[in-house]
Design a protein around this ligand. Sequence first.
Ligand code: ADP
Ligand code: MG
Length: 169
Amino acid sequence: MIELTHGPDDSDAALHAHLKDEADTLAMGAKLAPALASGLVIYLEGDLGAGKTTLVRGLLRALGHAGSVKSPTYTLIEPYVVSRLNLYHFDFYRFTSAEEYLDAGLDEYFANHGVCLVEWPDKAAPYVAPPDVVIRLTVTGDGRDIAIRPETELGRQCTEQLAAPPPPR
Ligand code: ADP
Ligand code: MG
C-alpha cells in the first residue's frame, strides 16, 4: 500500500510518497481516481520517463477503462469517457512554441467540466489553464518520488481525500 505523507516542512502543502516500481505508480494512479472531481486541472511534471503516462494509465484502469492508454505525445490529446467523468489527457512535449496550443484549439477542453491531465504544461504556458493540483515525479535510483501539491481550493479538496485514512469496513 502506498502511504502519502506530508513533508517535514509545515509550509509544504504537498503530499509525498516513494514509488518503488511501475506497479506502485499504477497503484498511485488508482488511488487518485476516487479523488477526481469535475473541472480539475492536474499538471504532471517530471522528466521524460518519469512515469507521468504510467500514472494516468493506473488512474484510467481504476476508473474502468479496459482499452490501452497511449501517450498523447503525437496526438496532443487523448479523450476518455470513464465512469462518471470526461477525462482529457494532454502531452505538449512536442510543442516548439506555446502558440501551438492556441492553434490546436484546445481551450474548449479546459472550459469543459471534464478532468484535464497535462504532461509538459510549461510548453503551453501562459496559455494553458492554471493547475488545481501539480503532481511532480522525480527519478530516484530505481524508483520514483511523487509530490502532489494543491494550488486551489478545488485542488485542496482533491488532495485532502488522498491523505484521509481509508473508510472503516
Ligand atoms: P513519462 O510519461 O513521464 O515520459 P512513462 O510513464 O511513459 O513516462 O514511462 C515511465 C517508465 O518508467 C516506464 O518504462 C515505466 O515502466 C517506468 N516506471 C514507472 N514508474 C516507475 C517506478 N515507480 N519505478 C521504476 N520505474 C517506473
Ligand atoms: Mg508521457
